[in-house]
Ligand binder design. Structure first.
Ligand SMILES: [Zn+2]
Length: 64
């Protein structure tokens, strides 16, 4: 798992998460599981080559 970039939970902001599925509904979407609130959330990453920076956005996916 490459977690050099910190992934935090969309629901509770915990970093106690693990990779749930390398690919979600799209290629750039990865699914993570939060051990604290026991939720699965998607983490979207894409790169803006013009500005040469990352735009990261997480969104709610499934809440148990
Ligand atoms: Zn959580």
């Amino acid at each position: 798992m490459d977690d050099k970039d910190k992934i935090i939970c969309s629901f509770c902001d915990s970093d106690h998460v693990s990779l749930y599925s390398p690919y979600g509904t799209a290629q750039l979407v990865r699914q993570f599981y939060c051990h604290d609130c026991k939720s699965v959330f998607e983490f979207i990453r894409w790169r803006n080559t013009n500005q040469d920076n990352h735009i990261e956005h997480s969104m709610r996916f499934i809440q148990h």
